[in-house]
Design a binder for this molecule. Structure first.
Ligand SMILES: [Zn+2]
Length: 287
């Protein structure tokens, strides 16, 4: 973990939708959030009595992966922010992208107080499992509280620091924390490429760290996470813990797997990696 804990953001204005690049060294440049008239925000309820399914992994969409980059919903330009927590030596390998609130952490709306950050059920064990895979673990999070003026961008430094501590407590390493500081417009429309269900955060992380999106995973608790992952070409797991309430349909909003807890999602990633590893070794052997 970089001791400096530099909050970093890369402002990528007017970047093409499909190639939201990291256009500045986010460790050296900090920028203010561009003001926008913003008023609405995804306000989910806490899981409360979330399901505690055991092994309820479902293969939800065997034939659903069509690689369609998507033609609905996502914005096509905007600013991308990133909070980079660690120097990475990651080249062209798949990552595991994790939503933060409601997925990795208990959902406390707009919280940036490190003392109130707590792992969601199963997340500690799940982090231990995912950490053992060696795949980079990247947190991707919508943080409209910045644009709404509810907390300053710098407050996310403390969040990232606490996340890093929680990862380390469970034998894992936080590979990066990417967040969208924007909020939707009053009519709900999105005007940046980074806010999920857009895939800007994932693509920015991939470009910055040389990650292969194909073969990567996106784990989240709502369908916007699923859509972001599928737009980026990742496999997706929905933790159906009660946080998704709208269930807005769409061809990119069908998860590959549905589970009840974070550790169950981790088990799927591990099982699938194990399943594909022998094939990769075989290919290397015959190459
Ligand atoms: Zn954004």
């Amino acid at each position: 973990m970089g001791a400096a804990g530099a909050v970093a953001r890369a402002a990528c204005r007017a970047a093409p939708a499909r190639h939201q690049g990291l256009c500045r060294d986010c460790r050296r440049h900090a920028h203010t959030v561009p003001a926008r008239p913003l008023s609405r925000y995804r306000c989910e309820q806490s899981a409360g009595s979330g399901q505690r399914g055991r092994r309820r992994a479902l293969r939800a969409a065997a034939a659903a992966r069509d690689g369609d980059p998507g033609s609905d919903g996502a914005a096509d330009a905007g600013d991308v922010m990133a909070l980079m927590r660690a120097p990475l030596q990651l080249r062209s390998r798949p990552a595991i992208f994790l939503d933060k609130d409601g997925t990795l952490l208990e959902d406390v709306p707009y919280n940036v107080d490190p003392a109130r950050i707590a792992l969601a059920p199963g997340a500690g064990e799940g982090l231990r499992m995912l950490g053992a895979t060696g795949s980079p673990l990247i947190v991707v999070s919508n943080q409209p509280g910045v644009a709404l003026g509810l907390f300053p961008e710098a407050a996310l430094e403390g969040v990232a620091k606490r996340l890093g501590e929680l990862f380390a407590l469970h034998g894992a390493t936080l590979g990066g924390f990417y967040f969208c500081p924007h909020a939707p417009a009053a009519d709900g429309s999105i005007h940046c490429a980074c806010r999920k269900p857009g895939d800007g955060l994932l693509r920015q992380a991939a470009e910055a760290h040389g990650l292969a999106l194909e073969g990567s995973w996106m784990i989240g608790d709502i369908l916007n996470d699923v859509e972001a992952g599928r737009r980026a070409g990742c496999q997706t797991i929905l933790i159906a813990n009660g946080n998704e309430t709208l269930w807005q349909p769409g061809r990119l909003r069908v998860p590959d797997y549905i589970v009840g807890r974070f550790d169950e999602a981790a088990a799927i990633v591990i099982a699938q990696q194990a399943r594909h590893a022998p094939r990769a070794q075989h290919l290397r052997a015959v190459a």
